[in-house]
Design a protein around this ligand. Structure first.
Ligand code: ADP
Length: 681
């Protein structure tokens, strides 16, 4: 038990300096001897026993404060001091030894219990530790009184019960007045700030001195006056108990109690013990003192507890505040009606308001219309239905700054219950920068698509030149023929036909250039309703330029019932041109050179399949097929398929590969039919 009880002080032993220990040892023993002297001053006849035993309290405080290194030396010192004091008080040797043993034994037991049950807590740090302290006091007093009564009986033949309750009273009072010493004995003092001398303390001291003068001095011999002064002291004690720190209040109480007991013993108190039937009168007076002391200390303990709770709360609030202020996201809390309660530093930066300007106002002041006008309705709706639209979900909304500008913000809202009322906390992130980056990414994507289209057309340049050359040559031939006819003035009836063919050829060349221009122009994404079959035709017209010359047989098979889809025309054409050009490249070296493009309606999508009779893809090449920069072509960039899949997915569709029955490649592009909800640009 000793090991458990005293280990707590090992730390002090290691860190405490020798000087500190010497002061504790010497000062403690001196104080103990003084308290013995004080106790003997309160001896009453006929038992010749003190009615007040502060040495018990001083011993307890010393043993609680003593580090393990000097614990037993202090016990020894206390024993010697007790023997000397008892001797000086005229006690016979054997009684002296027995009483000393009793004092030391009960002191060590009391200290062990204190360390085990209270550890390093101050006895008045709360109502619970105080209750434990009272139990320790009671046990120590009973133990000491019981042994003591038997010692006296053995020595003088006194009936044990004659002194038992008397002894207990003296011990209890002696231990109660040691409270300030025990507070100091514990490292973790509950005293929030060190001793403060202020006007209030001055008033206490003045009133205390007046009380001392009237009540206990020989200034008046009227016992009723002394009694009135004693009663007047009670409110002062209570006031000090509530207003001052635990150390100050318990010290004041200890001084007042000691003076009162001394006055009684010296027959200068409100009642004369000497004239009372003894021992009953003494016991009653001591009981009244003990209750008075106990009650004031209870008040002190309760007050300390409240103080500690308030400190805890203040500390928690301060910690919470620092977290809120350090957060990079804006944090705003509001009550169930939307009234702002907290507005963090970053929220101040985001919205341009100071916390003082918004706290107490409705949170809707931070939103632009139409949300501002609808917000009360949202809160009411949530209160009525508990249907969560934003709480725990998070959303992109618009915030309104003090200067009237709006900004995109990501808002997530948490909810807590404060009693029965809901409290909402919003976490806000300004996504203006994020949105700008997103826009830039879009622009870059557009540029990349544009570059890719230019590159595709670059690859087509010689075939294009050839394609354009045909109508131009035809136009030239028709024009020459017409010229000859006019010159020779013959066959004029054929001229309208020749001119019509010229116009037709010029139109053909114009169409090619028009498509080419619209395909390669830099542009932003634009979605509108398009006839898919027409879109396929136009894409193939460009993609298959030069195919016939290379001996490629191209087929376009339109499915029936294909609805218009809401797509970006150029992007879908870009996908198709890329797929068809790849197919074209794949079949170039094959004996059979077939490329087909088919469209087909599925349940909720349209499928466009670009199929070829080429060699297809090796299984290991399939895995990386849609990754950027994967190419097998000498001049290829390898971005066509990855861009194409990106476009398909941005439209809510898919782009996949499969090997067809002939061993060639099938690229399957699906586009969803209900595009309204699923797609966004
Ligand atoms: P690039 O055409 O610039 O190489 P793509 O992303 O369009 O870039 O194609 C990547 C690679 O996929 C091509 O280099 C080729 O090896 C393979 N590929 C694409 N389509 C076919 C196809 N129809 N048949 C065989 N291989 C193909």
């Amino acid at each position: 038990m000793k090991t458990v009880a005293f280990t707590a002080n090992t730390v002090t032993t290691e860190t405490g300096s020798s000087l500190k220990l010497a002061v504790l040892f010497g000062g403690g023993l001196l104080l103990y001897s003084l308290s013995q002297w004080l106790a003997f001053a309160t001896r009453l006849q006929p038992e010749n026993m003190p009615i007040f035993w502060p040495p018990a309290g001083v011993m307890l405080a010393l043993l609680v404060a003593a580090p393990i290194r000097i614990f037993w030396p202090i016990v020894f010192g206390l024993a010697v001091a007790t023997l000397i004091c008892n001797h000086l008080a005229g006690r016979e040797f054997s009684l002296n030894v027995l009483l000393t043993c009793n004092d030391i034994f009960t002191g060590v037991v009391g200290a062990a219990l204190y360390k085990k049950w209270l550890g390093k807590a101050s006895p008045v740090s709360g109502t619970r530790p105080y209750g434990t302290f009272l139990v320790i006091i009671a046990l120590s007093a009973i133990l000491s009184a019981t042994f003591g009564s038997f010692i006296l009986r053995y020595q003088f033949g006194t009936a044990p019960l004659d002194v038992w309750h008397h002894w207990i009273g003296a011990m209890v009072l002696g231990l109660l007045v040691a409270t300030p010493l025990l507070i100091c004995a514990n490292e973790r003092s509950i005293v929030p700030n060190s001793f403060k001398f202020d006007a209030e303390l001055l008033i206490v001291l003045i009133l205390g001195s007046i009380w001392l003068f009237i009540a206990q001095s020989g200034a008046t011999s009227s016992q009723s006056m002394r009694l009135a002064a004693d009663i007047a002291m009670i409110p002062l004690l209570l006031w000090v108990g509530v207003r001052r720190t635990a150390l100050e209040a318990s010290s004041f109480l200890a001084i007042v109690t000691t003076i009162k007991i001394l006055a009684l013993a010296l027959d200068a108190g409100p009642v004369s013990l000497k004239s009372w039937p003894i021992p009953d009168g003494v016991s009653w007076v001591m009981a009244v003192f003990a209750v008075q002391c106990g009650a004031v200390l209870m008040l002190v303990a309760n007050h300390s507890e409240q103080g500690a709770l308030q400190l805890d709360k203040a500390e928690q609030t301060a910690r919470m505040r620092s977290i809120i202020d350090a957060a990079t996201d804006g944090i705003i809390s509001a009550d169930h009606k939307g009234k702002i309660e907290t507005f963090s530093r970053s929220a101040e930066r985001l919205f341009g308001y100071q916390a003082g300007e918004v706290i107490g106002n409705n949170v809707k002041m931070l939103m632009p219309n139409p949300y501002r006008d609808q917000h009360d309705g949202y809160l009411q709706h949530y209160a009525d239905t508990s249907e969560k639209k934003i709480i725990g979900i998070g959303r992109l909304v618009t915030g309104l700054r003090k200067d009237g500008t709006e900004f995109p913000m990501e808002l997530s809202v948490g909810e807590a219950l404060n009693g029965s009322q809901r409290v909402f906390t919003g976490f806000i992130r300004d996504v203006t920068e994020h949105k700008k980056t997103e826009q830039r990414m879009h622009d870059l994507q557009d540029e990349l698509l544009h570059v890719s289209r230019l590159s595709a057309m670059g690859e087509l340049s010689s075939a294009l030149a050839h394609e354009l050359n045909q109508p131009l040559t035809a136009i030239k031939n028709y024009a020459q023929a017409a010229g000859i006819m006019l010159k020779k003035d013959m066959g004029k009836e054929e001229l309208p036909g020749i001119l019509a063919k010229t116009v037709e050829q010029a139109g053909r060349a114009g169409d090619i250039i028009k498509r080419l221009r619209s395909f390669v122009t830099a542009r932003h994404v634009e979605r509108s309703d398009h006839t898919i079959n027409q879109l396929v035709d136009e894409a193939c017209a460009l993609a298959l330029i030069g195919a016939r010359e290379d001996g490629v047989k191209a087929r376009i098979i339109h499915g029936n019932d294909i609805p218009n889809l809401r797509v970006d025309r150029i992007q879908i054409q870009q996908v198709l041109i890329n797929l068809v050009r790849n197919a074209f490249d794949a079949v170039r070296q094959s004996p059979v050179r077939d490329v087909s493009v088919t469209s087909e309606r599925r349940a909720d999508s349209v499928l466009i399949c670009v199929s070829d009779s080429g060699p297809g893809l090796a299984p290991e090449a399939e895995a990386n097929l849609f990754k950027p920069f994967v190419t097998t072509k000498p001049g290829g960039m390898g971005i066509g398929l990855s861009l194409s899949r990106g476009i398909a997915e941005a439209h809510g569709g898919t782009l996949t590969y499969q090997r067809n029955a002939g061993g060639g490649a099938d690229f399957l592009l699906t586009l969803p039919i209900e595009t309204d909800d699923k797609t966004s640009s």
